[in-house]
Structures are given as structure tokens and as C-alpha cells.
Design a protein around this ligand. Sequence first.
Ligand code: GLU
Length: 306
Amino acid sequence: MTAPRPVLRFAPSPNGELHLGHALSALVGFDMAERLGGRFLVRIEDIDTARCREEYVTQIFEDLAWLGITWEEPVLRQSLHITTYSAASDWLLKLGLLYPCFATRTEISEATETAPGPPALDPDGTPLYPGLHKALPKKEIAARLARHEPFALRLDMDRALDALEGITGERHVTFKELDADGNPQVIQMNPADWGDTVIVRKDVPTSYHLAVTVDDARQGVTHVTRGRDLYAATSLHRLLQIILGLPEPLYHHHRLLAGPDGHKLSKSAGDTSLRALREQGIDRLQLRQRVGLADQTPAGARGNLS
Ligand code: GLU
């Protein structure tokens, strides 16, 4: 029997033009897939229908083709699979791990500001949810639902950790991070750092964390390659994987590219957009040089990761 082929993916959100940072991300994943003899997928993460635009989807495919990347069809578009995410959140609800939160942003920030002491922050630097609607009486929940008040579903982190402990015997998670030589290092993290995070948004019936976890499993992704800005989020993804009984992929979080001002590149950074670079006549090799991958062609002898 032959071993199943590794599966890797690039999962952009079409809410702006791709820039050099995305090129690095896509190429790191694609190069690794080539080295491993694996499959390479593109997934369009377009759950945020208010911010995502069709023209950016078209441009993503043009940019990737220009980079010399090939991928399998059909491409999964998250906006077409909302029911799958709902099935996962229904399951978490049944397990008693989610609760509705009707609070507005203003109510949440007021509650944070009036709490004594400086607020505890999540790994992204956002104050942890101050617990406002964590213990709403059933009657009040029913009344608010009857009034059609919009709500998010938040993870009850204490209960989720209880569930985790019931499965693994631990209240932390581990994952395997591939180092620069491709060797797995076991990393231990505390999902509790995220507090009662949103699993189903008010405006969209899922969230990045839920959709990415469900899709990486559904698509059989074996190696998750993405930027270090998502490193801490891996603890939440592992927590959800374990509770939902999904397989554990390997991870590689690559370095981030900084703009000339030293800040992380953003989608509004016009002159580093791949479209702008393409229009300036830059070729693929020069592009690889710009992102620091010039000596790492996919078929090259060097196996180093970025
Ligand atoms: N869609 C995410 C982004 O564009 C990436 C998700 C992932 O790779 O896990 O930042």
C-alpha cells in the first residue's frame, strides 16, 4: 500500500489585493507540497461577505498563476459551505460549550473599561471577553431570541477545557511545528489565553476559527503552512479539533515580511500588491528574491523552510 500523499493549502481571504506577504505564504506552501510530492489546494476564505469581493477572487487566481503556482480544482469557497460549519457549531452547542452573547461592541468595551485593573488581553491584543452574557438566565435568553436580537455564540472556555481534559487528561494542547529543517518540534499552548472567544459571529453564521478547523479536516490537509501571525490561533484550532474529533495536521508558521516602515504588510499597502509588481514587469524569479526564496526553488536540493 502506498502512503497517502501530503495535502497542503493556501487559504486567502478575498478582501483586498494579495501582497508580497501572501506571495511568501503561497510559495512556502507550494514549494513544500512539491518537495513532499504532495497535493496543493487553494481555499477561498470568503465567509465575510461584507468585505469580500468577487474581483479579488479573480485576481487571486491571476496572481497565483503568475507566481507559477498550480492547484487542484475545484477550489473550495467557504461561503458555499456554511451548513457544514453550522453542523459543527450545533454539535458544540449540544455539548454545552457555546452560549449566546447579545452584547454590542460598545457594551463589551464599556464592561471592559469599568472592570477593575487593566484588562487581560488575548494573543492578538484584544481585551478578553468580560463575561457579560455568560450566565444570562434562560428566560432572558428566550425573551431576547423572541425579539430577534442578533447574537454571537461564544465558546465557554472553562467548559471547553473540561471537555479537553476529559479527552486528553490535560488542560493545554500540543501541536507539532516544523522547524527550519522540517523537523517537528512539540509546542504546548494554552487555549485559555483566548478566553470566551466568538465561534459563530453575529453577522456571519461561523467564524474564521471554526471554518478553518472544519475545512482543514474536510480537505484532509496534513500540513498547515501559514504566517506567524496565526501561530497563537493554533491553540484554539487544536482545541476545536480535539473536541470535534478531527485529525491533527502538522504546522509550519513562516516568518512575516515587513514593509519599508518595519510594520507588517497590509492589504492596503498598494505598492507591494502582486498586481502592481506584475504591472511593473517584475518576473517570478525577482519576486522570489523579494520574498527571500530565491535559492529555494521547489525542486531544489535545499529542503529548508521559510
Ligand atoms: N484566511 C486567512 C488569511 O487570509 C488565512 C487562514 C489560514 O491560513 O489559516 O489570513
